[in-house]
Write a protein that binds this ligand. Structure first.
Ligand code: SF4
Length: 463
């Protein structure tokens, strides 16, 4: 049985060496879709570099077996989706809502939801502008979010199989991605549109209007929930028509399973963010948070990986050991970075991420299990990051500032990304009690010494 070594972050060479200590039985034990024949995914990260994930030679990873499992599993997703198609499963594209439509899709047998949106990271992991260049050729302006690489992926059809059905959320969602989805539709894909309402605050002069309250205490008109319930019921009916089945008990079971994922992730985040010494790296933690969206196309295996990560983290916390020096400067990170390398760099330069606002609050919220399931989904989605005011979005971060948990905030902007352009200054204003560094994430291979100097200076100043 593989025994974890003293925690540290290691590169590809060390992982390849360490991988020799992993036994055959362990390699065979972990498999996606529980398939013994082709479901094995535990490999040294260098394997994925050979497949094109060139940034792996620069990134550093946690040296635990749990982290190895995480990376093997997530980098294997493209293969997994094509295998799903080959083995007769249905591929469901959920787009734009980040977290709720997959809970419905998972209530149907052999249906595998995924987010084409996540192609956002591919140009960075691959250190390649192939997708971005193709997206420009297809008509997206350069000054728009890197998510335009998804349009090129739809054009090339080599990154994921053609979905059996596609759900596209628009309205109070991401404008940039809304355009990408429309362009995909013009390309010939058939999209089923859903509308997300703006979480307008319930105002006192509308007191006669029934209201509801989000987990973080914001009042909104209750009819927004009713609106979403109807939208989710339309998704359900489309899924029934696709599969010829539909059992609401399965929706309850899917909610329970997704809540198990969400609770585990909340536990891992709590352990990681409150420990004296950082027990797990920020890069892996970002991957863990985003797993809440759809369980990386095999939620059962992802659940098992999360349990192993939680055990690893808990063990390290108990022993008081971790992967960063104990005097690392505590930071909040607002908006996920398209370039994963920045998370490594901030840690290398003395920072430690102890709070995040990665625009996916809706996927982190526990879904109520004792009310009607569509209502529960709607109520959980009303906690979404990008459907309300900036003040609501950064309220938790502001709370971390007030409690002295963080010394500074890093905001990663994506050039042209609409909410970055509109929100960053507002966020700075709302967080005026704490120093803020806003970074424009450069295009692939674009991280300069100047950018590193700015981060170094920021962390030195905080220290
Ligand atoms: S980073 Fe912002 S603009 Fe880009 S896809 Fe995400 S929400 Fe949309």
């Amino acid at each position: 049985m593989y025994q974890d070594l003293t925690p540290e972050k290691i590169g590809l060479k060390e992982w390849s060496k360490q991988f020799r200590m992993v036994g055959d039985s362990e390699i065979k034990e972990f498999k996606y879709y529980n398939n013994d024949e082709w479901g094995i995914y535990l490999s040294p990260p260098a394997t994925f570099m050979v497949y094109g994930t060139r940034q792996l030679k620069k990134l550093k990873f946690d040296n635990s077996l749990a982290a190895l499992r995480l990376w093997g599993f997530t980098f294997n997703e493209s293969e997994r989706l094509f295998r799903a198609r080959q083995s007769g499963k249905r591929i469901i594209a959920a787009m734009g809502d980040l977290g709720t439509v997959p809970v419905i899709a998972m209530a149907f047998p052999d249906c595998i939801p995924f987010y084409p949106d996540c192609t956002w990271w591919t140009p960075f992991f691959n250190e390649s502008t192939v997708l971005l260049d193709k997206a420009s050729e297809l008509g997206t302006p350069e000054a728009s979010c890197f998510v335009r690489s998804t349009l090129a992926a739809f054009h090339k059809m080599a990154y994921f199989p053609k979905p059996d059905i596609m759900f596209a959320s628009t309205g109070a969602s991401c404008d940039d991605y809304s355009c990408i989805m429309q362009m995909a539709e013009e390309m010939g894909y058939e999209l089923n549109w859903l509308e997300i309402p703006f979480r307008r605050q319930h105002r006192s002069f509308h007191m006669s209007e029934e209201h509801a309250v989000t987990d973080s205490g914001f009042k909104y008109p209750k009819r927004f929930e009713t609106y979403l319930v109807n939208e989710y019921k339309r998704v359900w009916r489309k899924m029934e028509a696709l599969t010829g089945t539909g059992d609401l008990k399965k929706l309850n079971a899917s909610i329970e399973k997704n809540n198990r994922v969400r609770r585990l992730v909340n536990d891992i985040k709590d352990l990681t963010q409150t420990a004296d010494v950082a027990p797990f790296p920020a890069l892996e933690m970002m991957v863990i948070e985003f797993g809440n969206l759809y369980g990386y196309a095999d939620i059962d295996e992802w659940l098992d990986i999360l349990k192993m990560i939680k055990d690893t983290v808990a063990d390290r916390v108990e022993k008081g050991i971790g992967i960063l020096p104990s005097d690392a400067v505590p930071l909040a990170w607002v908006t996920p970075t398209a370039d994963p390398l920045l998370l490594n760099i901030v840690e290398d330069l003395g920072g430690r991420v102890v709070a995040t606002e990665y625009v996916i609050n809706q996927a982190l919220t526990i879904i109520e299990e004792d009310i009607e399931p569509f209502q529960a989904l709607a109520r959980s989605f009303m906690n979404a990051s990008l459907i309300g005011s900036t003040e609501e979005r950064v309220r938790q971060i502001a709370g971390s500032v007030d409690s002295g948990k963080i010394a500074g905030v890093i905001i990663t902007n994506m050039l042209g990304c609409s909410h970055c352009a509109m929100e960053t200054r507002l966020i700075e204003e709302k967080l005026k009690n704490v120093p803020v560094l806003a970074i424009d994430v450069p295009a692939p291979l674009g991280i300069t010494e100047q950018l590193k100097t700015r981060i170094t200076a920021f962390i030195e100043m905080l220290r």
